[in-house]
Ligand binder design. Structure first.
Ligand code: GN1
Ligand code: MG
Length: 369
């Protein structure tokens, strides 16, 4: 359903400071927003791989500022990794500059492209395959927050304003229900009711932030399990990727959002809801990994809301999927009819299960504090 013509990756690559001879490029079909490709080059007798991404500039309205954030974050991460004796080419993203020295390339048609070094010997997982990966990914996100607490140079740009402002997400949802531009509201009555019955939850974190009870920090804001590369050999989290939404936020956004996928028994778009559920054992691994990294810097106003944030962020994501379904699938990429609705339903099923297990979830958090 993605009707964009295939881009000419060879000429895109030519705009970047890449050595050697282009061999091939192929799509990496992951992510709902940007378009991602892997390109292979031959240089000095070896094959070197790169990741090329076309930034969706409808979603990210200021790609230059977004790339400024990523430059700052990766430069700082690199310094930290080098100081700790790590491998900066694997443990953080490395921007391959364009030939004009900028961190991105703008085509004559107005598309924005960027290139990163490919990280070898590691991969991402769209679904949980190994409990250890869940712990490792969650700890990697905690360590990422910890590192960014020291980021010099002032506040990062907000690449998407109000990205996790759950109350505004509810307002947008209500507006979509009322406008009902593609006449889908009548077909999703139970889902709409599910959301509206939970509107009172929407303000918990945003009000805490506004009142200063919940501290603003630099957070990742898109902490899906598949945004941490897992080392093929050790099973450890190697590198946190997808830095587009690294910006001021709350740790509750990150921990909460990681649960949607990290504690799910099925894929985000599973149609058979009988397979979809919230797994407390997986939640335990997420909490252990996250708190092993973050326990020392969190304040009680944050730790008290960690379990709740899992439900809140899952609900928020479901609301976003359902809003997009009502608007005619204009935001998230879809590959089939009703894809966003399927995604919304899995999120709501998770929310319903978490509501029943909230006491157990709180107990897990307390165990690791
Ligand atoms: C989008 O494109 P991807 O998969 O990294 C979205 C996230 C959602 C996620 C749902 C900028 O992330 O917020 O949680 O889909 N990113 C943006 O899977 O909206
Ligand atoms: Mg993302």
């Amino acid at each position: 359903m993605d009707k964009k013509p295939a881009p000419d990756l060879e000429s895109i690559c030519a705009a970047f400071d890449i050595e050697g001879r282009w061999l091939s490029s192929c799509p990496i079909p992951s992510g709902h927003i940007n378009d991602t490709y892997c390109s292979r080059f031959e240089a000095g007798g070896a094959v070197v791989q790169y990741v090329n991404q076309r930034i969706n500039h409808v979603v990210f309205r200021e790609p230059e500022r977004l790339m400024e954030n990523i430059e700052r974050v990766t430069r700082f991460a690199r310094e930290k990794i080098v100081a700790a004796g790590g491998d900066p080419d694997r443990e953080t993203l490395t921007i391959v500059p364009a030939r004009d020295g900028r961190s991105f390339h703008r085509t004559p048609e107005g598309a924005y492209w960027r290139t990163f070094l490919f990280i070898g010997g590691a991969r991402t997982y769209d679904r949980v395959e190994d409990l250890r990966h869940v712990y490792a990914a969650s700890r990697a996100f905690g360590n990422f927050q910890k590192m960014l607490a020291e980021l010099p140079g002032g506040r990062l740009h907000e690449t998407i304003p109000d990205f996790h402002h759950t109350r505004k997400r509810f307002e947008a949802f209500r507006a979509a229900c009322e406008r009902d531009p593609v006449r889908r509201a009548a077909g999703v009555g139970p889902e709409i009711d599910f959301v509206l019955a939970r509107e009172k939850d929407a303000s918990a974190v945003v009000d805490g932030l506004a009142a200063g009870r919940v501290p603003e920090r630099v957070t990742h804001n898109d902490t899906k399990l598949n945004n941490v590369m897992i080392d093929d050999r050790t099973g450890e989290g190697v590198c946190v990727i997808d830095l587009d939404t690294v910006m001021p936020g709350s740790v509750l956004y990150d921990f909460g959002d990681s649960v949607r996928l990290g504690a799910a028994t099925a894929a985000e778009d599973e149609r058979d809801l009988a397979k979809v559920g919230f797994d407390l054992g997986l939640f335990d691994r997420l909490a252990a990994g996250y708190l092993d990294a973050a326990r020392d810097f969190l304040v009680p106003e944050e730790t008290e809301l960690l379990a709740f944030s899992a439900k809140l962020l899952t609900l928020e994501c479901g609301v976003r999927f359902l809003t997009d379904h009502l608007q005619g699938d204009v935001y998230f990429k879809v590959r089939r009819e009703g894809h966003n609705l399927d995604r919304a339903r899995t999120q709501f099923k998770m929310v319903a299960e978490m509501e029943k297990r909230m006491g157990d979830m709180d107990a897990v958090i307390r165990k690791y504090l």
